[in-house]
Design a binder for this molecule. Sequence first.
Ligand code: SF4
Length: 216
Amino acid sequence: MGTVRQEKTSFLKPSDELPDFVNLKGAEISAQSCRRCPLWERATQTVFGAGASHARVVFVGEQPGDAEDRMGLPFVGPAGRLLDRALNQAQINRDLCYVTNAVKHFKWEPLGQRRLHKKPTSREIQACRPWLEAEIELIQPEVVVGLGATAAASIFGVPVRIADVRGKLTHVETVGRTCLITAHPSSVLRAPDSDTRQTEFDRLVQDLTLLQEFVR
Ligand code: SF4
């Protein structure tokens, strides 16, 4: 009678330090079995970052949305399409950048048939930060761009008001490199009317234009 070999999977608990990764692929594979916070339970998969492995600019969003959770890629839903449009207008080539999220599992609550996005807590942002640190360490970008309040909280290590830090290239000690904070594309999509949406979109483009010297 043959024996059944059981694959051993090691899950990363909240108290575990992340190992040193040789490359992004190794980190991405390891993140698939992350259990450092409860968000993995209801999500389809870990959505790791994607893009150029030696990008000069890394974009950090909040967390994967519904489309990203299903496809396993960051910024491929409506907010991703708006980001693409804004980058295009700011003459930034997304293919030369790396795009990721502060939190790598989709947090949601049911609303009828839909899965409604739910904001991650400070504890979840903190639990997931080592993955962002690993990405930054492996890529060594010149600029880290925080899109929205969750990304800004992860970058600074504490909650900040976007209005206080937005739109300037600043050296941030907690990341050890230059950072730029701007709005999350989904906040532009949520603007109450088309005039406000256009104004917010233009402000986003204006902020992204500051990256032109790094990626064109
Ligand atoms: S959200 Fe981040 S810390 Fe939490 S389980 Fe997923 S990968 Fe791990």
